[in-house]
Design a protein around this ligand. Structure first.
Ligand code: PGA
Length: 247
């Protein structure tokens, strides 16, 4: 059996942030002995964020990419372009993209493959809606998203899975630690079933209304190897307040 994965606290800035906000990244760069830190700003800030983060432990990633290597796809950005900017991670299949842009598991799978081919790590998001939770379909939903979205080439070096209940994103509501444990244990079993030892080593993040006040409780749940943070990743104070759960 493999060691417990090293935790990752990842920030997703979504469609937030102007150049002035890069000052926050400069404030996030102090050493964290027990966890890795990642910020995924909007495309427009990636290059400048890299400069701010240089020489520090903070990595810079992106929030999406196109599955193709290049071509006639106006407005899109390829995984190779992001790797070329020094990105280490790309979020794929976030519920906001699944909802706003109709992204299917099949497309998310193709995007994750593109990220892996470009030598980066794909953070693949899964999560149930409130209606699915109320109907008792949480596990079915996340396991089918997992099966459909995670490529067969996945390993702990190139894939991270983030469980983000859609109803918990940006709402201030979170599942109970017991509910998070149920889902994360189920995801872990499915990963081990499919990837054997590698399945133990693939990081599982929890996302949805993580803040400094609840981070310790959520991060100590079994099979939670870090957080994917939206709103609370926009300032260094709250982002590092979450990372402090691992101090
Ligand atoms: P939130 O977003 O922390 O603002 O709830 C989480 C996410 O969508 O990754």
């Amino acid at each position: 059996m493999t060691d417990t994965p090293r935790p990752l606290v990842a920030g997703n800035w979504k469609m937030n942030g102007l150049q002035a906000d890069l000052a926050q990244i400069a404030l996030m760069t102090d050493d964290r002995p027990n966890c890795d830190l990642l910020i995924c700003p909007p495309f427009t800030l990636i290059a400048a964020a890299q400069i701010k983060a240089q020489g520090s432990i903070i990595s810079i990633g992106a929030q999406d990419c196109h599955p193709a290597v290049s071509g006639a796809h106006t407005g899109d950005v390829s995984a190779g372009m992001l790797a070329d900017l020094g990105c280490t991670h790309v979020i794929v299949g976030h519920s906001e993209r699944r909802a706003d842009h109709g992204e299917t598991d099949q497309l998310v799978h193709a995007k994750a493959e593109a990220v892996i081919r470009a030598g980066m790590t794909a953070i693949i998001c899964v999560g149930e809606t409130e209606a699915e939770r109320d109907a008792g379909q949480t596990m079915d939903r996340v396991l089918s998203q997992l099966a459909g979205s995670v490529p067969t080439t996945a390993s702990s070096d190139n894939v991270i899975v983030a469980y983000e209940p859609v109803w918990a994103i940006g709402t201030g509501r979170t599942p109970t630690p017991a509910d998070v444990a149920d889902v994360h244990n189920g995801l872990r079993m499915a990963l081990v079933d499919r990837f054997a030892d590698q399945g133990h080593a693939i990081r599982l993040l929890y996302g949805g209304s993580v803040k400094p006040q609840n981070a310790q409780e959520l991060m100590s749940v079994s099979n939670v190897n870090g957080a994917l943070v939206g709103g609370a990743s926009l300032t260094a104070d709250s982002f590092l307040g979450i990372a402090a759960a691992y101090d």
